[in-house]
Design a protein around this ligand. Structure first.
Ligand code: AMP
Length: 220
């Protein structure tokens, strides 16, 4: 089983890079944000609780997300591993993930950290768009679709995420970057952290992530 955790602030490029990395490794992407947004859309009890936090740019409490996410990780399609996008967001979540994997004789093999300076993130997110059908990620400034406002991959309209408004983005940065830094330190301590310069063009970030993966997971 290969477990790769993809770390980065909101807007660092996790949602763009995760599917590429997952395809390379032959494992699914498990994105906690997608899981929560699906619950919000389906109006489940989880979604109702999560929405209160998400719409304010706050992290959902650990006891709301941890069990649900670990259950998702235990599903059959992740038997060979996963690229995890958006989890863990706190050290408490990181410890819960380590424990759950250790019970099955596994561990986080690699924590890739897409590093982007905080002052550039707000601007990036103002121009971020996702497709309505599947959440494919675009940026109207740096990574536009071929046809205006239409997803290249599934033809659905591109929309702005509700929590990408400037006020919510600033709240997300303020609330989420300090715990992210602690999670980064957690993986530095466990020895699996590999930072990548997230300021490079998308293709170069991808190349750096794949090179770190090859090196650390012995695929070369
Ligand atoms: P994302 O799509 O990863 O940016 O996540 C969107 C929102 O979902 C975040 O701003 C949080 O409110 C919430 N969220 C996603 N993952 C987590 C997590 N692991 N812990 C707490 N909240 C989360």
């Amino acid at each position: 089983m290969t477990v790769v955790v993809l770390l980065g602030a909101p807007g660092a490029g996790k949602g763009t890079q995760a599917p590429i990395l997952a395809e390379y490794l032959g494992v699914p992407v498990l994105a906690s944000g997608d899981l929560l947004r699906a619950a919000v859309t389906a109006r489940t009890p989880l979604g109702t609780t999560a929405d209160r936090y998400m719409s304010r740019g706050q992290l959902v409490p650990d006891d709301t997300i941890v069990d649900i996410f670990l259950e998702r990780l235990a599903a059959d399609d992740a038997a060979d591993g996963a690229v995890i996008d958006g989890f863990p967001r706190t050290v408490g979540q990181a410890v819960a993930l380590d424990r759950a994997l250790a019970k099955r004789g596994n561990r986080v093999d690699l924590a890739l950290y897409i590093d982007v300076p905080e002052d550039l993130l707000v601007a990036r997110m103002a121009s971020r768009r996702i497709c309505a059908a599947n959440g494919h990620v675009y940026n109207i400034a740096s990574n536009p679709p071929l046809e205006d406002s239409i997803c290249d991959l599934d033809g659905s309209p591109l929309i702005q995420r509700e929590d990408d408004s400037e006020a919510t983005v600033r709240a997300r940065m303020a609330q989420q970057i300090p715990p992210l830094n602690e999670v980064v330190e957690h993986y530095r301590t466990t020895g699996v952290l590999r930072p990548v310069d997230g300021l490079q063009p998308i293709e170069l970030v991808t190349a750096a992530l794949l090179a770190a993966t090859d090196l650390e997971l012995g695929r070369v």
